[in-house]
Design a protein around this ligand. Sequence first.
Ligand code: PLP
Length: 439
Amino acid sequence: ESVQKKQSLVERDRQNVWHHISPYSEKNPPMVVEEGKGSWITDHQGKRYLDGMSGLFCVNVGYGREELAQAAYEQIKKMAYVPMTQSHGPAIELAEKVNEMLGGDYVIFYSNSGSDANEVAFKMARQYHQQKGEGTRYKVISRYRAYHGSSAGALSATGQALRKYKYEPLTSGFLHVAPPDNYRKPEGMSIEDYNIARARELEETIIWEQKETIAAVIMEPLITGGGVLVPDPVYVEKVQEVCNRHGVLLIIDEVICGFGRTGKAFGHQHFNIKPDMVTMAKGLTSAYLPLSITAVRKDIYEKFKDGKENSHFRHVNTFGGNPAACALALKNIEIMEKENLFNRSAEAGNRLLNGLDDLRNLDFVGDIRGLGLIIGIEIVEDKLTKKPASPECVGGLIAACKANGLIIGKNGDTVAGHNNILTLSPPLSSTDDDFDFII
Ligand code: PLP
C-alpha cells in the first residue's frame, strides 16, 4: 500500500504542480524529495543522493539542522510578525552582524528573495541620483551571461537571452557588456591584458551612452550560474575604478557568492573593492526560510533621510525581515562561524579542484575552474576549437551522475550555446567522505 501511495505522489505532482524552469517530461518526472541530512537528500522511493548543488547554490550549512528549526520556532512563538515599517530584535541584530561582516559602513534593507534585493538596489540607485541632483542617471549596466533574478527589473539585468525573450519588452534602461571568460580569451593575449580590455569595454559603454545617464553597474564577484567565470582580480578592481571615475554606483550581487560559497564571507572580499550596495539571499538563511538583504553604503542612505518631503524610499514588502527568518539567519551565521565554514569552503574547494584534475585528460573536458565551493567543468566537443558540447551530451553527463547518486547542475541557457558547463556547489559543511564521493 505504501509503495502504491508513493508512486501516486509522482502522478499527483504531474497533475497539480507546475515546475520551475524545467521542460515537462513524461519519461523523467521531477524527483519528489522527502528528507535531507547533511549533504544528502532522499527521494520518495528511499534513494539517496549527494546534493552537489546545495539545492540552488543555497543550503550552505547542509540539511537537517535542528538548531535552525529551533531558532525559527522560538521566534514564532514569541512574536511571529512585525512589518519592517517598525522593527524587532532579530532584524536589528542581524543588520549589525551583516554590516560587521561587510567591514562596516552599511545599512540593511530587508526583502524576500535575491530578485527582490536587486529590484530594491535598482530603485534606490535611481532615486539616489535624483535626490543628488543627477536625475538623468537611470540606466543600469550588467553583463551577458549573468543571472540577477526573475522579476522584471532583475530579469532585465540578466544577460541570458533564452530566459528573457518571450517576456520582452521588459524594463527599459538596462544594458549589457561582455564578461571576461578566461577560457575563451583571444589566443596570445595575457589573462591580465584581456581582463583589463573587458573593463575598458565597460568604460567605453558608459562613455558612449553618455555617462550622465548611467545610474549603476551590477555584477556578481564571479558569474556563477552563467558558467562559473572567475575574473582576474584586475578586472573587478578596474570596474570599481571606472564606476568611481564616472559617478556610477557599483552593486555587487552576492546572492550566490555570499556566506562562504567562494571561501570568504563575501565573494567581493577576494578583491580590493568597496561596493556601494551588496545584495544577498540564499546562503543568508541557507534557504531554510526566505530572506534577502540589500546592504547600502551609509553615505547613500543619507540622501534618503534629509527630511525633505518624499525623499524617503517608497518601497515596502510584506514578508521582508520576517522575525523568524532573521532569527534563523543569525543562528545560521553562528553555525558558519562556529564550524569555520568559510575557511572550510576555501580548503575543500582546492581539494575538489585537485581531485578533479584527472578529468582534464578526458577528450571532452575543456576546462575546470572555480573559487571555493563553486566549480565549473566546461564540456566541449573538441578541445582545439572549444566548440561547446551539445545539450544531449551535457544532459547525459548530469543523468549519469544522478544514476550514481550525485546531483550536479549546469549553467544557465544562452543563445550563444554556452549551456555546456557542469556545476558543482555542495554544502560547505560536506564531510571529507562527501568530497571523496564527489571526486
Ligand atoms: N542573483 C543571482 C546571482 C542568482 O543566482 C539568483 C538566483 O539564482 C538571483 C539573483 C535571484 O534570486 P531569487 O531566486 O532568490 O530571486
